[in-house]
Design a protein around this ligand. Sequence first.
Ligand SMILES: [Zn+2]
Length: 485
Amino acid sequence: MKDRILANTEPKEVFHYFEDLTCIPRESGNEAAVCAYLVEFAKAHGLEYQTDDAHNIIMRRSAGKGFEDRAGVILQAHMDMVCEKNAGVEHDFAKDPISFEIEGDKIIARDTTLGADDGIGVALALAILADKSREYPALEFVCTADEERGMTGVEAFDGSLLQGSTLINLDSDDEGVFIIGCAGGPVVKVFLPIAREAAPADVSTLRISVRGLLGGHSGEDIHRCRANSIKLLCRLLYTLKESVALSLVDFMGGLKYNAIPREAEAIIAVPAGDVAKVEELTAAYQTVVAKEYRFSDPDISITCAAADAARQVLTKASRDGLLNYLYFTQSGIVRMNPEFPDIVESSVSLGVVRLEAEQAVIHVMTRSSMKSMYEEMFCHIRRLTELHGATYEVMSCCPEWEYDPDSGVKKTCGELYQKLYGKAPKYMVLHAGLECGELGEKAPRKLDMISLGPDVRNLHSPGEYVTISSTQKVWHFLRELLCQL
Ligand SMILES: [Zn+2]
């Protein structure tokens, strides 16, 4: 057994479990060991528990003296972590413990992810369940598996097991900021039929590349108004098509449905005599775009180079169908939150385009904290798809957590935070998904929910850290809060 690095770090109760977790492999999809650890914890503390095939676990601590009449409280966190390491680092996430150190106020893993997302949330919950020094209302702890790859753990969780009526999610990463809602919405995959024909005679084949965009998370970074490479490329092809006889050979852009696409590429064929014109128009377009995006994406590069001769091109109808579809697909912010004007309420992102033999496959993701808004965005996608004789499939649809202005737990948190720390906390509606959306929908009764957590930075990247001081504050806050609910 290695020496425990956090043996003397306060709150010891919390860091004890956190350090245990850093020794257990828990990449998303590989949760058997961590689930077994949680089962052992429940047994050792005499807690009733239940697991399922997805490796989710729920455990219960009964109400303490004086709390018998209060409604139960659900604590919630996820057991899996994102496993990333720096190039050249020897680390096997399937068996090696995470190596980390204390650096001032930080607990940091230099070369890998630390797993404070959401190991610190799990550790806080375990420390509460094990806390003999206080009485609490009846507590349930729902610890889900496989959150990071698209929340499949919580999707498989049996919501009818939930008994409490207040839920505290411990997967937030900013101390003093309470999350009071999150976005949901369908991810749609569109199949647009395409047909090809022989390439016209005497054409030159060119590759148009859009590169150097910053991209980012299509929810959490959408307010930065960064360029979308697919949209940029589509707009250029429209411009070219108005001046030269352009045939489309191929079009691809984006890698993930939930990221703003950073690169896109088209192969086109144009009459040999028009190559200079295409180069000129591309250069002019680059100048326009460089100006439009000089703050958000200062390194955009749009280039045009010779490519291998193509034998086949899209028919005119298929070319126009594809370009029209991409051109008229909404992408970006649809509406800011009328109540919290700095926060995006609704957005759509055109994420990926690929051409296959007989169809173009296009991924579009909607997000909104208001159900009727994402339903409306979905309608727009559906109507556009129908207009183009295309079909679609809903890949996933994460439920929203709509902000409740009358939330009792929000009010209690606000008053307690003010009392303990002499200042008002901040509130945020997240423009991304949280497991609260799914749990809120599955619970047998309406849940009053909030999400909180200590400061975790560089999430999902090597160099991830959690601060000790913010963990102390959250621990203190959480213990007080539970007594007041
Ligand atoms: Zn997380």
